[in-house]
Design a protein around this ligand. Structure first.
Ligand SMILES: [Zn+2]
Length: 386
């Protein structure tokens, strides 16, 4: 153990609140084994009926939302068109994210007991949403392996720049925060895929599309990276065909806008589950796998969206500890894990805006985006936002 631990923990909690609590290392009371023992064993079981049922349900939601929007556009006066499209984009963005989450589960092996079924479903869904299935599953496993690790972390590794620097002060200002959010929304996902942006510093510039990105992939992964690229090329070919038949604006309005919203959700959700101004990151002296996993924060987008997104937002702590558990198991296991972890279970169910947890989530997103920009070493040797 480094200089951190229980002594540093108590002062951080006093200063920053319960989200700052970090398990001492070593910890006898809380281990991966003790957390597993706190969860009823049946919650680890994957069910074909349940998982495939959710897949069918998600596909029906996509179709129903689309048909409803077409119907509304055809019966309402043309002045309502902007409203119809806005509503369609909003809800279809959620539907596509739900499908994307199921493919994420496939990559973890949590969808069904069959690797083949998982890979077929995950490959088709992620390719259709322009995500390289195997390539991303490999780097996502790294994210799980090195959560909140300052040098090996895979996503949203914070900067260690001097907080007095003009560029950092600008990033924290309202205009700087809005600029950061717009960049994340429009370019964040593909910038990450092409250049590993926000990943570990030494891996900057590494592409998810290149089998020779040695920091991301092993030599044996080369064909999986190529297969992922082919999946995306096949999707682009289908889109090109759609453009030639229906025109670019139809593809843009029906698919590209909600798909871009889905990409924004991915970036925002990953950021929000592991970043809060009161939650530390760790250098290699202090990091342990469990400390990283327990730095995950459960949040909420309101009960309906949480449910539609297969509880990726409100049962993420359990997902990070047991990533091949099915999502319905992770949701049901969360109260048990919460009780076992005590102060070390992090949740920020957040504020409401106009009575809405969904709007409250985005208010919190803005606030974390503006405050959680750079970290520095604290007295306890943990890395804290400042
Ligand atoms: Zn995951």
């Amino acid at each position: 153990m480094g200089k951190g631990g229980s002594a540093g923990k108590s002062s951080a909690v006093e200063r920053l609140g319960p989200l700052a609590a970090t398990i001492p290392e070593p910890s006898k009371e809380i281990t991966k084994g003790s957390i597993r023992a706190a969860i009823p064993p049946h919650l680890f079981q994957r069910s074909y009926v349940h998982s495939l049922g959710h897949l069918v349900m998600d596909l029906l939601w996509v179709a129903a939302t689309w048909l409803l929007a077409l119907q509304a556009a055809s019966v309402l006066p043309s002045g309502f068109a902007p409203l119809v499209w806005a509503a369609y984009w909003f809800y279809q963005g959620i539907n596509l994210t739900a499908l994307w989450v199921l493919a994420h589960e496939c990559g973890h092996g949590g969808f069904t007991d069959s690797r083949l079924v998982n890979d077929i479903v995950g490959f088709v869904l992620h390719s259709a949403l322009l995500t390289p299935y195997f390539s991303w599953a490999i780097t996502h496993a790294k994210h799980h392996h090195y959560t909140n690790h300052m040098t090996n972390g895979e996503t949203w590794v914070p900067s260690t720049a001097n907080p007095e620097k003009a560029s950092v002060k600008f990033a924290k200002s309202p205009i700087g925060t809005i600029r950061r959010i717009v960049v994340v929304a429009l370019l964040g996902w593909y910038t990450y895929l092409f250049t590993n942006a926000t990943g570990a510093k030494q891996n900057a510039g590494q592409s998810h599309f290149s089998p020779s990105s040695r920091a991301l992939f092993k030599a044996k992964d080369a064909n999986l990276v190529r297969a992922s690229n082919l999946g995306m090329i096949a999707c682009l070919a289908v889109l090109a065909k759609c453009v030639s038949v229906w025109g670019f604006s139809a593809v843009f309005f029906n698919y590209l806008v909600p798909q871009t919203i889905c990409n924004f959700y991915l970036c925002a959700i990953t950021f929000m589950q592991h970043t809060h101004e009161s939650v530390p990151h760790f250098n290699s002296e202090e990091w342990t796998w469990l400390r990283g996993a327990l730095s995950t924060i459960d949040r909420s987008m309101g009960s309906h969206v949480d449910w539609r997104l297969h509880h990726i937002v409100d049962s993420h702590v359990v997902h990070h500890i047991f990533s091949d558990m099915p999502f319905y198991g992770a949701k049901a296991a969360t109260p048990y894990v919460k009780e076992h972890l005590g102060i070390y279970y992090k949740s920020n169910l957040g504020s409401k805006v106009l009575g809405s947890e969904y709007l409250g989530y985005w208010k919190d997103f803005y606030s974390s985006m503006s405050r959680a920009v750079v970290v520095g070493v604290g007295e306890d040797n943990f890395m804290w936002f400042r």
